[in-house]
Design a protein around this ligand. Structure first.
Ligand code: NAI
Ligand code: MG
Length: 365
């Protein structure tokens, strides 16, 4: 039987970029004997418009039963006034929560043709390919107690950083598994110098490392890590860190490499019966209401999200390499959507123009 994929295009540019991914899925079916059982559903505002909820129980069940979910983006000004309980992002949050996606993979990859876009020197970022694994379901954003209380004659804002051993263990394993498939180098970042949760983090990661003797493990304080990421990011392969530090470090690392329209992500959970993790793939960008409906969106972030699905959910690393090489070729040839324009005299292509260029490069591969 074919591997199964649930596609949730969502709102704004979501459906526009997803249409290009559909072309690529069809290309793999026609040319590489790699077919998927694709189902499509609604999420976010699109689901609210049709069903009065940002995610129906039926779609939630489907997401739990497939090999992988690929999501476009949710939200938009049309839904800004909605009650919190039915806001578009609640659909995405429900997927992440009920699938228990605790490991968030954010690659920072720099295609040579775009190295000039970086805020750093070209030789610092050209060819960069690192992966940040961020714990996504625990830590200071969720820990209790939390709240704003009265103390004496002033208010106090409280959040609690709290990590259990098992929460650290599972995200560490996810990062080591990833390191095994990549450069076998893992750097764990916390602040064990000033945080109890950081001390436990370092201990548990060190214990998990015994199960992965081939992986070279290092530890770094997260603030020093932030400096090293800007100074010489190529020293890293896989980085694993907690929810808060991962939020900051992955956003910073992303900007080493340029446009929001280029950045994919994956959120992984526990292994399923087939040994592969539960998985949701999505571009980092949102629904981009400022350009929605104009055919200007860059589909590469969504295309690279599908490439991550090929690699991590469908065990098709060679085909993922093929797709990423096609994207690289297109960029090297100077094909640019409007968000990537830097050079003078380059005319931007449309969303579908970019998708067609990737297909042409696949044909030539
Ligand atoms: P955004 O990522 O949608 O857009 C930020 C800027 O980047 C805009 O100028 C946009 O045109 C541009 N941009 C984003 N993706 C692009 C692409 N593929 N090609 C070319 N340009 C691109 O973030 P913003 O404006 O803060 O949020 C817009 C809506 O999206 C909001 O409703 C927000 O809640 C939602 N959102 C959804 C996310 C998700 O579905 N995971 C993530 C972030 C925001
Ligand atoms: Mg963030």
């Amino acid at each position: 039987t074919n591997p199964s994929l649930l596609i949730l295009p969502g709102d704004g540019i979501g459906p526009e970029v997803m249409a290009e991914v559909r072309k690529i899925i069809d290309w793999f079916g026609a040319n590489r004997d790699l077919s998927f059982d694709v189902s499509e559903g609604l999420v976010g505002g699109a689901s609210y418009d049709a069903h009065g909820t940002p995610l129906t129980d039926e779609t939630m069940e489907l997401a739990q039963s497939v090999d992988a979910v690929l999501l476009g983006a949710v939200g938009g000004p049309k839904y800004d006034e909605l009650d919190f309980s039915v806001k578009p992002e609640r659909g995405l949050l429900r997927l992440r929560k009920e699938m228990d996606l605790y490991s968030n993979l954010r690659p920072a990859q720099c295609f040579d043709a775009l190295a000039d876009f970086s805020s750093l020197k070209k030789d610092v970022v050209a060819g960069l390919d690192i992966m940040i694994v961020r714990e996504l379901t625990s830590g200071i954003y969720f820990g209790e107690p939390r709240g704003i209380i009265e103390e004496g004659n002033e208010r106090v804002g409280i959040n609690t950083q709290r990590y259990t051993e098992s929460e650290i263990d599972r995200v560490a394993r996810s990062a080591f598994e990833l390191a095994m498939r990549r450069g076998k180098k893992l750097c764990s970042m916390e602040k064990a110098n000033v945080m109890e949760s950081g001390i436990l983090w370092r201990e548990v990661v060190t214990e998990v490392a015994k199960d992965y003797p081939e992986v070279e493990l290092s530890h770094m304080y997260a603030d020093a890590g932030a400096m090293q990421l800007c100074r010489w990011p190529k020293q890293f392969d896989v980085i694993v860190t907690d929810n808060l530090f991962g939020d900051l470090l992955s956003d910073a690392a992303a900007m080493l490499t340029g446009s929001l329209g280029m950045l994919p992500s994956a959120s992984l959970g526990a292994p399923m019966a087939n040994g592969r993790p539960k998985a949701l793939y999505e571009p980092v960008h949102g629904s981009a209401p400022d350009i929605a409906g104009e055919g200007k969106a860059n589909p590469i972030a969504c295309i690279l999200s599908f490439s991550m699905a090929l690699r991590y959910s469908f065990d098709q690393g060679a085909e993922a390499d093929r797709l990423e090489a096609a994207v690289e070729r297109v960029l090297a040839d100077g094909v640019r959507t409007a968000d990537l324009l830097g050079e003078e005299g380059v005319t931007p292509v449309s969303t579908s123009g970019m998708g067609d260029a990737v297909i042409a490069a696949l044909d030539a591969s």
